[in-house]
Ligand binder design. Structure first.
Ligand SMILES: *Cc1c(COP(=O)(O)O)cnc(C)c1O
Length: 381
Protein backbone atom coordinates (compact mmCIF):
# COMPACT_ATOMS: atom_id res chain seq x y z
CA UNK A 1 0.00 0.00 0.00
CA UNK A 2 1.13 3.54 -0.77
CA UNK A 3 0.51 6.63 1.33
CA UNK A 4 -0.52 9.55 -0.85
CA UNK A 5 -1.34 12.73 1.05
CA UNK A 6 -3.58 15.25 -0.71
CA UNK A 7 -0.97 17.95 -0.22
CA UNK A 8 2.58 17.75 0.99
CA UNK A 9 4.96 20.72 1.10
CA UNK A 10 8.29 20.16 -0.64
CA UNK A 11 10.87 21.62 1.73
CA UNK A 12 14.40 20.74 0.68
CA UNK A 13 17.93 21.56 1.84
CA UNK A 14 17.83 24.94 0.07
CA UNK A 15 14.78 26.02 2.04
CA UNK A 16 16.29 24.80 5.30
CA UNK A 17 19.59 26.56 4.64
CA UNK A 18 17.84 29.79 3.68
CA UNK A 19 15.73 29.79 6.84
CA UNK A 20 18.74 29.01 9.04
CA UNK A 21 20.62 31.87 7.47
CA UNK A 22 17.84 34.27 8.47
CA UNK A 23 17.89 32.90 12.00
CA UNK A 24 21.63 33.40 12.25
CA UNK A 25 21.26 37.12 11.55
CA UNK A 26 19.49 39.94 13.33
CA UNK A 27 16.92 40.85 10.67
CA UNK A 28 13.67 38.91 11.07
CA UNK A 29 11.28 41.47 9.57
CA UNK A 30 11.71 44.52 7.28
CA UNK A 31 14.68 42.97 5.54
CA UNK A 32 16.00 42.27 2.07
CA UNK A 33 14.34 38.88 1.64
CA UNK A 34 10.74 40.06 1.54
CA UNK A 35 11.84 42.61 -1.08
CA UNK A 36 13.63 39.96 -3.10
CA UNK A 37 10.65 37.61 -2.92
CA UNK A 38 8.41 40.45 -4.15
CA UNK A 39 10.80 41.12 -7.03
CA UNK A 40 10.92 37.46 -8.07
CA UNK A 41 7.15 37.21 -7.79
CA UNK A 42 6.48 40.29 -9.88
CA UNK A 43 8.92 39.05 -12.52
CA UNK A 44 7.26 35.65 -12.64
CA UNK A 45 3.74 37.04 -12.94
CA UNK A 46 4.71 40.07 -15.01
CA UNK A 47 3.06 42.37 -12.46
CA UNK A 48 4.26 45.96 -11.99
CA UNK A 49 4.12 45.67 -8.21
CA UNK A 50 4.03 42.84 -5.68
CA UNK A 51 3.45 43.26 -1.94
CA UNK A 52 4.27 40.40 0.43
CA UNK A 53 1.68 39.90 3.15
CA UNK A 54 0.82 37.42 5.88
CA UNK A 55 -1.86 35.53 3.88
CA UNK A 56 -4.15 35.68 0.88
CA UNK A 57 -6.96 36.66 3.24
CA UNK A 58 -4.83 39.57 4.48
CA UNK A 59 -4.17 40.64 0.87
CA UNK A 60 -7.86 40.78 0.00
CA UNK A 61 -8.82 42.42 3.29
CA UNK A 62 -6.12 45.07 2.78
CA UNK A 63 -7.38 45.94 -0.66
CA UNK A 64 -11.01 46.34 0.41
CA UNK A 65 -9.89 48.33 3.43
CA UNK A 66 -7.69 50.54 1.28
CA UNK A 67 -10.59 51.53 -0.99
CA UNK A 68 -12.74 52.30 2.06
CA UNK A 69 -15.22 49.49 1.53
CA UNK A 70 -17.75 49.68 4.34
CA UNK A 71 -21.34 49.44 5.55
CA UNK A 72 -23.89 49.94 2.78
CA UNK A 73 -21.49 48.65 0.11
CA UNK A 74 -21.86 45.37 -1.74
CA UNK A 75 -19.34 43.12 -3.46
CA UNK A 76 -20.05 40.32 -5.93
CA UNK A 77 -18.58 37.08 -4.56
CA UNK A 78 -18.59 33.65 -6.20
CA UNK A 79 -20.68 31.11 -4.26
CA UNK A 80 -18.15 28.38 -5.05
CA UNK A 81 -15.00 29.54 -3.28
CA UNK A 82 -13.09 29.49 -0.01
CA UNK A 83 -14.93 31.30 2.76
CA UNK A 84 -12.08 33.84 2.87
CA UNK A 85 -13.27 35.47 -0.38
CA UNK A 86 -16.53 36.40 1.36
CA UNK A 87 -15.21 36.95 4.89
CA UNK A 88 -12.98 39.83 3.84
CA UNK A 89 -16.04 41.69 2.55
CA UNK A 90 -17.92 41.02 5.80
CA UNK A 91 -14.90 42.11 7.83
CA UNK A 92 -15.19 45.56 6.24
CA UNK A 93 -18.87 45.73 7.19
CA UNK A 94 -19.98 45.37 3.57
CA UNK A 95 -22.29 42.74 2.10
CA UNK A 96 -21.17 39.88 -0.13
CA UNK A 97 -23.68 39.24 -2.89
CA UNK A 98 -23.16 35.68 -4.04
CA UNK A 99 -23.35 34.51 -7.64
CA UNK A 100 -23.66 30.86 -8.63
CA UNK A 101 -21.02 28.85 -10.49
CA UNK A 102 -21.03 27.56 -14.06
CA UNK A 103 -20.97 23.77 -14.24
CA UNK A 104 -18.24 23.52 -16.91
CA UNK A 105 -15.44 25.00 -14.80
CA UNK A 106 -16.82 25.79 -11.35
CA UNK A 107 -15.99 29.45 -11.99
CA UNK A 108 -18.46 32.29 -11.38
CA UNK A 109 -21.36 32.35 -13.84
CA UNK A 110 -20.62 35.63 -15.58
CA UNK A 111 -24.09 35.78 -17.15
CA UNK A 112 -25.60 36.13 -13.67
CA UNK A 113 -23.42 39.01 -12.48
CA UNK A 114 -25.19 42.01 -13.98
CA UNK A 115 -28.59 41.17 -12.50
CA UNK A 116 -26.93 41.14 -9.04
CA UNK A 117 -25.52 44.67 -9.32
CA UNK A 118 -27.08 47.82 -7.89
CA UNK A 119 -25.94 51.33 -6.94
CA UNK A 120 -24.29 49.96 -3.77
CA UNK A 121 -22.04 47.51 -5.60
CA UNK A 122 -18.40 48.52 -5.36
CA UNK A 123 -16.48 45.52 -6.64
CA UNK A 124 -16.60 42.15 -8.36
CA UNK A 125 -14.48 39.38 -6.89
CA UNK A 126 -13.69 36.16 -8.71
CA UNK A 127 -11.80 33.00 -7.86
CA UNK A 128 -9.94 31.02 -10.51
CA UNK A 129 -11.49 27.78 -9.33
CA UNK A 130 -8.86 25.04 -9.00
CA UNK A 131 -6.60 27.20 -11.16
CA UNK A 132 -8.83 27.43 -14.21
CA UNK A 133 -8.83 31.08 -15.31
CA UNK A 134 -12.08 33.04 -15.28
CA UNK A 135 -12.87 34.93 -18.48
CA UNK A 136 -11.41 38.18 -17.13
CA UNK A 137 -12.08 40.12 -20.30
CA UNK A 138 -15.81 39.72 -19.76
CA UNK A 139 -15.45 40.53 -16.04
CA UNK A 140 -13.51 43.70 -16.83
CA UNK A 141 -16.07 44.72 -19.43
CA UNK A 142 -18.84 44.54 -16.81
CA UNK A 143 -16.63 46.31 -14.26
CA UNK A 144 -15.82 49.15 -16.67
CA UNK A 145 -19.45 49.60 -17.62
CA UNK A 146 -20.54 49.88 -13.97
CA UNK A 147 -17.33 51.48 -12.61
CA UNK A 148 -16.46 48.64 -10.24
CA UNK A 149 -13.20 47.37 -8.78
CA UNK A 150 -12.10 43.85 -9.67
CA UNK A 151 -10.45 41.52 -7.14
CA UNK A 152 -8.94 38.24 -8.30
CA UNK A 153 -8.62 35.56 -5.64
CA UNK A 154 -5.60 33.74 -7.07
CA UNK A 155 -5.03 31.44 -4.09
CA UNK A 156 -5.15 28.46 -6.47
CA UNK A 157 -3.90 30.27 -9.55
CA UNK A 158 -0.12 30.57 -9.37
CA UNK A 159 0.77 29.46 -12.89
CA UNK A 160 -2.66 30.22 -14.43
CA UNK A 161 -2.70 32.27 -17.63
CA UNK A 162 -5.36 33.80 -19.80
CA UNK A 163 -4.14 34.82 -23.26
CA UNK A 164 -0.56 34.55 -22.01
CA UNK A 165 -1.19 37.01 -19.16
CA UNK A 166 -0.84 35.68 -15.63
CA UNK A 167 -3.94 35.48 -13.43
CA UNK A 168 -4.14 38.42 -11.06
CA UNK A 169 -3.11 40.98 -13.68
CA UNK A 170 -6.55 41.60 -15.14
CA UNK A 171 -8.15 42.91 -11.96
CA UNK A 172 -7.13 45.89 -9.82
CA UNK A 173 -5.42 43.35 -7.60
CA UNK A 174 -4.55 39.66 -7.63
CA UNK A 175 -4.18 37.91 -4.26
CA UNK A 176 -2.12 34.74 -3.79
CA UNK A 177 -1.77 32.22 -0.96
CA UNK A 178 1.29 30.32 0.23
CA UNK A 179 -0.55 28.08 2.67
CA UNK A 180 1.13 24.62 2.79
CA UNK A 181 -1.03 22.80 0.22
CA UNK A 182 -0.95 25.59 -2.39
CA UNK A 183 1.45 25.73 -5.36
CA UNK A 184 4.29 27.09 -3.25
CA UNK A 185 4.44 27.56 0.49
CA UNK A 186 5.90 29.90 3.08
CA UNK A 187 3.97 28.05 5.85
CA UNK A 188 1.55 30.99 6.04
CA UNK A 189 1.87 33.85 3.62
CA UNK A 190 0.48 35.70 0.66
CA UNK A 191 1.19 38.20 -2.08
CA UNK A 192 -0.81 40.97 -3.65
CA UNK A 193 -0.03 42.10 -7.19
CA UNK A 194 -1.21 45.26 -8.90
CA UNK A 195 -0.37 47.52 -11.82
CA UNK A 196 -1.51 50.61 -9.91
CA UNK A 197 1.17 52.61 -8.10
CA UNK A 198 -1.37 54.32 -5.83
CA UNK A 199 -2.83 51.00 -4.67
CA UNK A 200 0.69 49.66 -4.19
CA UNK A 201 1.75 52.64 -2.12
CA UNK A 202 -1.32 52.65 0.09
CA UNK A 203 -1.29 48.91 0.70
CA UNK A 204 2.42 48.88 1.47
CA UNK A 205 1.70 51.37 4.27
CA UNK A 206 -1.53 49.80 5.47
CA UNK A 207 0.04 46.38 5.84
CA UNK A 208 2.31 48.00 8.47
CA UNK A 209 0.02 50.11 10.71
CA UNK A 210 -0.39 52.91 8.16
CA UNK A 211 2.86 54.62 9.15
CA UNK A 212 3.98 57.28 6.70
CA UNK A 213 7.60 56.20 6.46
CA UNK A 214 8.94 52.70 6.00
CA UNK A 215 12.03 51.61 7.89
CA UNK A 216 14.38 52.64 5.08
CA UNK A 217 12.72 56.02 4.59
CA UNK A 218 13.13 57.32 8.13
CA UNK A 219 15.68 60.08 8.50
CA UNK A 220 15.81 59.65 12.23
CA UNK A 221 15.39 56.02 13.31
CA UNK A 222 12.12 55.34 15.07
CA UNK A 223 10.51 58.64 14.03
CA UNK A 224 7.40 58.53 11.88
CA UNK A 225 3.86 59.85 11.65
CA UNK A 226 0.61 57.91 11.23
CA UNK A 227 -1.84 59.36 8.73
CA UNK A 228 -4.16 56.39 8.27
CA UNK A 229 -5.31 53.18 9.88
CA UNK A 230 -3.50 49.96 9.09
CA UNK A 231 -2.92 46.38 10.13
CA UNK A 232 0.09 44.30 10.87
CA UNK A 233 -0.12 42.04 7.82
CA UNK A 234 3.61 41.82 7.07
CA UNK A 235 5.50 38.74 5.95
CA UNK A 236 8.57 37.82 8.02
CA UNK A 237 12.06 37.28 6.59
CA UNK A 238 11.80 33.58 7.50
CA UNK A 239 8.72 33.18 5.34
CA UNK A 240 10.21 35.25 2.54
CA UNK A 241 13.37 33.10 2.56
CA UNK A 242 11.15 30.06 2.06
CA UNK A 243 9.26 31.83 -0.69
CA UNK A 244 12.40 32.72 -2.63
CA UNK A 245 13.57 29.10 -2.63
CA UNK A 246 10.12 27.85 -3.56
CA UNK A 247 9.98 30.23 -6.53
CA UNK A 248 13.24 28.69 -7.77
CA UNK A 249 11.29 25.46 -8.18
CA UNK A 250 8.01 26.84 -9.48
CA UNK A 251 8.53 25.76 -13.10
CA UNK A 252 9.13 22.14 -12.15
CA UNK A 253 6.29 22.21 -9.61
CA UNK A 254 3.90 23.37 -12.32
CA UNK A 255 5.15 20.87 -14.88
CA UNK A 256 4.68 17.94 -12.48
CA UNK A 257 1.17 19.09 -11.65
CA UNK A 258 0.33 19.28 -15.32
CA UNK A 259 1.76 15.83 -16.09
CA UNK A 260 -0.02 14.26 -13.13
CA UNK A 261 -3.26 15.98 -14.04
CA UNK A 262 -3.09 14.68 -17.58
CA UNK A 263 -2.63 11.10 -16.41
CA UNK A 264 -5.77 11.40 -14.28
CA UNK A 265 -7.70 13.09 -17.10
CA UNK A 266 -7.00 10.24 -19.49
CA UNK A 267 -7.73 7.44 -17.05
CA UNK A 268 -10.83 8.93 -15.49
CA UNK A 269 -12.19 9.79 -18.91
CA UNK A 270 -12.80 6.08 -19.38
CA UNK A 271 -14.83 5.78 -16.20
CA UNK A 272 -18.50 6.58 -16.71
CA UNK A 273 -19.19 7.26 -13.05
CA UNK A 274 -17.53 10.67 -13.34
CA UNK A 275 -17.66 13.89 -15.26
CA UNK A 276 -14.67 16.22 -15.39
CA UNK A 277 -14.29 19.96 -15.28
CA UNK A 278 -13.08 21.65 -18.40
CA UNK A 279 -9.36 22.27 -18.07
CA UNK A 280 -6.70 24.07 -20.15
CA UNK A 281 -7.81 24.84 -23.70
CA UNK A 282 -6.86 27.51 -26.21
CA UNK A 283 -6.01 30.72 -24.40
CA UNK A 284 -6.95 29.32 -20.99
CA UNK A 285 -4.07 27.73 -19.10
CA UNK A 286 -4.78 26.16 -15.71
CA UNK A 287 -2.33 25.93 -12.82
CA UNK A 288 -3.65 22.39 -12.15
CA UNK A 289 -4.21 22.84 -8.46
CA UNK A 290 -5.89 19.45 -8.11
CA UNK A 291 -8.02 17.08 -10.12
CA UNK A 292 -11.65 17.33 -9.14
CA UNK A 293 -13.86 14.50 -10.40
CA UNK A 294 -17.62 14.98 -10.23
CA UNK A 295 -19.72 11.92 -9.56
CA UNK A 296 -22.75 11.48 -11.77
CA UNK A 297 -26.00 11.99 -9.86
CA UNK A 298 -26.67 8.27 -9.42
CA UNK A 299 -23.37 7.78 -7.56
CA UNK A 300 -23.47 10.92 -5.41
CA UNK A 301 -24.98 9.11 -2.38
CA UNK A 302 -21.92 6.83 -2.48
CA UNK A 303 -19.39 9.65 -2.35
CA UNK A 304 -18.37 9.35 1.28
CA UNK A 305 -18.04 5.58 0.94
CA UNK A 306 -15.77 6.07 -2.05
CA UNK A 307 -13.68 8.62 -0.16
CA UNK A 308 -13.39 6.18 2.75
CA UNK A 309 -12.27 3.35 0.46
CA UNK A 310 -9.61 5.65 -0.98
CA UNK A 311 -8.54 6.59 2.52
CA UNK A 312 -8.20 2.93 3.51
CA UNK A 313 -5.96 2.52 0.47
CA UNK A 314 -3.81 5.46 1.60
CA UNK A 315 -5.12 7.94 -0.98
CA UNK A 316 -5.78 11.38 0.48
CA UNK A 317 -8.62 13.41 -1.03
CA UNK A 318 -10.28 16.71 -0.34
CA UNK A 319 -13.42 18.61 -1.31
CA UNK A 320 -13.35 22.00 -3.01
CA UNK A 321 -15.40 23.34 -1.37
CA UNK A 322 -17.50 21.49 1.23
CA UNK A 323 -20.44 23.87 0.71
CA UNK A 324 -21.20 26.95 -1.32
CA UNK A 325 -20.13 29.81 1.00
CA UNK A 326 -23.73 31.14 1.37
CA UNK A 327 -24.75 27.72 2.74
CA UNK A 328 -22.32 27.92 5.67
CA UNK A 329 -24.17 28.64 8.92
CA UNK A 330 -22.79 32.16 9.33
CA UNK A 331 -24.04 33.33 5.93
CA UNK A 332 -27.22 31.28 5.96
CA UNK A 333 -28.26 32.66 9.34
CA UNK A 334 -27.26 36.23 8.55
CA UNK A 335 -28.79 36.47 5.09
CA UNK A 336 -31.37 33.69 5.12
CA UNK A 337 -30.19 31.67 2.13
CA UNK A 338 -31.95 28.35 1.76
CA UNK A 339 -30.57 25.03 0.59
CA UNK A 340 -32.00 25.34 -2.89
CA UNK A 341 -30.10 28.52 -3.64
CA UNK A 342 -26.94 28.39 -5.78
CA UNK A 343 -27.84 24.97 -7.23
CA UNK A 344 -24.73 24.65 -9.42
CA UNK A 345 -22.25 25.44 -6.65
CA UNK A 346 -24.22 23.09 -4.39
CA UNK A 347 -24.04 20.31 -6.98
CA UNK A 348 -20.27 20.73 -7.31
CA UNK A 349 -19.82 20.68 -3.52
CA UNK A 350 -22.07 17.66 -3.14
CA UNK A 351 -20.69 15.52 -5.92
CA UNK A 352 -16.98 16.19 -6.36
CA UNK A 353 -13.92 14.40 -5.04
CA UNK A 354 -10.62 16.29 -5.27
CA UNK A 355 -7.60 14.13 -6.04
CA UNK A 356 -4.00 15.21 -5.54
CA UNK A 357 -1.63 16.06 -8.41
CA UNK A 358 1.04 17.93 -6.42
CA UNK A 359 4.80 17.74 -6.98
CA UNK A 360 5.16 15.25 -4.12
CA UNK A 361 3.66 12.69 -6.54
CA UNK A 362 4.66 11.11 -9.84
CA UNK A 363 3.23 8.76 -12.51
CA UNK A 364 3.39 5.70 -10.25
CA UNK A 365 1.25 7.43 -7.64
CA UNK A 366 -1.20 8.58 -10.31
CA UNK A 367 -1.62 5.00 -11.51
CA UNK A 368 -2.14 3.91 -7.93
CA UNK A 369 -4.81 6.60 -7.43
CA UNK A 370 -6.67 5.43 -10.54
CA UNK A 371 -6.49 1.78 -9.47
CA UNK A 372 -7.73 2.69 -6.00
CA UNK A 373 -10.55 4.73 -7.48
CA UNK A 374 -11.61 1.83 -9.67
CA UNK A 375 -11.60 -0.62 -6.81
CA UNK A 376 -13.49 1.85 -4.61
CA UNK A 377 -16.18 2.17 -7.25
CA UNK A 378 -16.40 -1.61 -7.62
CA UNK A 379 -16.73 -1.94 -3.87
CA UNK A 380 -19.60 0.52 -3.43
CA UNK A 381 -21.61 -0.54 -6.47
C1 LIG B 1 -6.58 28.88 0.47
C2 LIG B 1 -7.50 29.88 -0.07
C3 LIG B 1 -7.64 31.14 0.52
C4 LIG B 1 -7.02 31.49 1.84
O1 LIG B 1 -5.65 31.69 1.72
P1 LIG B 1 -4.82 32.09 3.05
O2 LIG B 1 -3.45 32.35 2.54
O3 LIG B 1 -4.88 30.89 3.95
O4 LIG B 1 -5.46 33.28 3.64
C5 LIG B 1 -8.44 32.07 -0.11
N1 LIG B 1 -9.08 31.79 -1.26
C6 LIG B 1 -8.99 30.58 -1.84
C7 LIG B 1 -9.70 30.33 -3.11
C8 LIG B 1 -8.21 29.58 -1.26
O5 LIG B 1 -8.18 28.37 -1.83
Amino acid sequence: MKTIPFGYPIIGDEEKKAVLKVLEGPILVHGPRAKEFEKIFSEFTGANYAVSVSSCTAAMHLFYFSIGLGPGNEVIVPAQTHTATAHVVELCGAKPVFVDAEIETGNINIEQIESSLNENTKAISVVHYLGMPVNMEKINEIARKHKLFVVEDCALALGSYLKGIHAGRYGNVGCFSFYPVKHITTAEGGMLITADEKIFDRITRQKAFGVDRHMGEREIPGVYDVKMLGFNYRMSEIQAALGIEQMNRIKSFLQIRKDNYQILTKSINDMDEFTQFQSSHGDYLSSYYCFSAMLKEKFVPKRLEIVNCLKRNGVGTSVYYPKPVPHFSYYREKYGYDENSFPVAAKISRSSIALPVGPHLGPEEMKYIVQSLKSAIAEVK
